[in-house]
Design a protein around this ligand. Structure first.
Ligand code: HAM
Length: 436
């Protein structure tokens, strides 16, 4: 339901989640658990180690790392000043934070490559729409200390493996190279001179980008800017030998892995640190066009920029919200955890006390049991048991508590049996093994 259509109770202030942020309700947790589990298994298989960093970081880290002329820094950061006067920001992405943690915690002295991954929320003050939230979630992977193009290709493979593990097919890699500090300035000049006499035809955003970040002119979504960008010179025609060979290497490895890709000369990515390879993973069908499920690339200069050694790196992040939206659109089947087979109903003070203890024993014995300790009538409790579709209801009332017995009710046949309390676990283990 959109926030506009939510009925507002009269005379009462109703609180809502902040714009662009949302609750992930119990019924959706099954998708999130599946996604996290798949990612954890594959991260293990590809030998990534998990790292958690704070949600808040020094604002300067992102200004320097993500880049001062990016949309993220210009208009999308949630920033605050602490009582102590520190300027902090909610992380708009993981990469600079992970590099900070790698440098701060001495991970740079480990054997390289150092392979790290994180799962968690990011915050960007963007215009909310379907698939774009102000609080969204990413799984982020970084490989630090390897310049070989084989790693760029293997990360794309990992991204495809995750999607495959989640039942998502028909994806395509959009890929480009944006060169390095040798060849990009030359291309930048060529691009600026192409755009110089077209400046007036550009949207207001692009008129600003023309000065500060001309490569971003290529990926503007405004129709008039797209038209002009179609004619623009392409960076792959202006790569230096090293970047050219690197890019060719990545594509050859992708061919070997049979990963589908499209050379997209307009893909420049909205973050400043990239060098050489940049890529995004898009659904390869009409509805999915231009929705990036994941994005990443190589960033060989960021570690030095943030105070470390000259160290190459490559990484990507997969957007979990968009991935789950797509799983739902594609009706991917996700199975829920096993539901309880037993319901424990109690009656009277003594029955409730004994049931509380029995619940713990059942749990320790691995028998998933539902209960409703706050309800005091048997009828209500058995109604709940019916709704939960359990196979057996246990009834422990005052009489049973005194006799040290318990009733087992078969919820399908309706038959009942009185059992000594001390035998209940063995009895249930046998019954749940044979009857279900
Ligand atoms: P990014 O392309 O900004 O890259 O984000 C990666 C993915 O996160 C996107 O493809 C998208 O699926 C998801 N995403 C981003 N913003 C939102 C949003 N507002 N709402 C929903 N989903 C969103 C990065 O963040 C880089 N740090 C990736 C990287 C890692 N590059 C190198 N290492």
């Amino acid at each position: 339901m959109s926030s506009k259509s939510k009925p507002k109770p009269k005379n009462k202030r109703s609180f809502q989640a902040p714009k662009g942020m949302r609750d992930i309700l119990p019924e959706d947790q099954i998708y999130w658990e599946k996604v996290e589990q798949t990612i954890k298994n594959l991260a293990d298989a590809y030998d990534f180690k998990r790292i958690n960093t704070p949600i808040l970081e020094d604002t300067e880290l992102f200004v320097k790392g993500t880049g001062i002329y990016t949309d993220i820094i210009e208009k999308e950061m949630y920033s605050l000043r602490t009582k102590g006067g520190d300027k902090l920001s909610l992380r708009p992405e993981f990469t600079p934070a992970i590099i900070r943690a790698y440098l701060e915690n001495g991970l740079s002295s480990l054997p390289h490559p150092v392979k790290l991954y994180s799962i968690g929320p990011i915050f960007r003050y963007e215009r909310p729409q379907k698939g774009r939230y102000r609080q969204s979630y990413q799984a982020n992977f970084e490989v630090i200390g390897e310049k070989d193009p084989v790693l760029d290709a293997q990360l794309i493979q990992l991204c495809f493996s995750i999607n495959k593990g989640l039942g998502l097919k028909n994806l395509i890699t959009q890929i480009n190279s944006i060169g390095c500090s040798q060849c990009r300035p030359i291309y930048r000049k060529i691009l600026t001179s192409f755009y110089r006499n077209k400046k007036k035809e550009l949207c207001s955003n692009c008129q600003r980008r023309f000065q500060q970040n001309p490569l971003r002119l290529l990926d503007c979504k405004e129709a008039k800017c797209i038209q002009i960008a179609e004619q623009a010179p392409q960076i792959i025609d202006h790569l230096c030998e090293d970047c050219h060979n690197h890019f060719r290497g990545v594509l050859e490895y992708l061919d070997e892995l049979e990963i589908p890709y499209i050379l997209n000369s307009h893909l420049v990515r909205g973050l400043d640190y990239y060098t050489k390879t940049v890529f995004e993973i898009w659904p390869d069908d009409a509805e999915g066009r231009q929705i990036s499920l994941a994005g990443g690339g190589r960033y060989d200069k960021l570690i030095k920029l943030l105070g470390g050694q000259d160290m190459p790196a490559v990484g990507f992040a997969i957007g979990l919200d968009r991935t789950i939206n797509r799983m739902k659109e594609k009706k991917v089947k996700v199975f829920s955890r096993s539901r309880p087979l037993i319901f424990l109903a109690q009656l009277g003070d003594l029955g409730k006390k004994k049931s509380l203890k029995l619940f713990e024993e059942l749990r320790k014995a691995g028998l998933r049991t539902a209960s409703s300790f706050g309800r005091n009538t048997i009828t209500t409790q058995l109604k709940i048991a019916n709704r939960l579709k359990v196979r057996f209801a246990l009834i422990l009332g005052q009489k049973e508590a005194l006799d040290k017995t318990i009733i087992i009710k078969d919820m399908i046949s309706g038959s009942q049996e009185v059992v000594p309390l001390e035998k209940i676990i063995d009895k249930l283990k046998k019954k749940t093994r044979t009857k279900i």
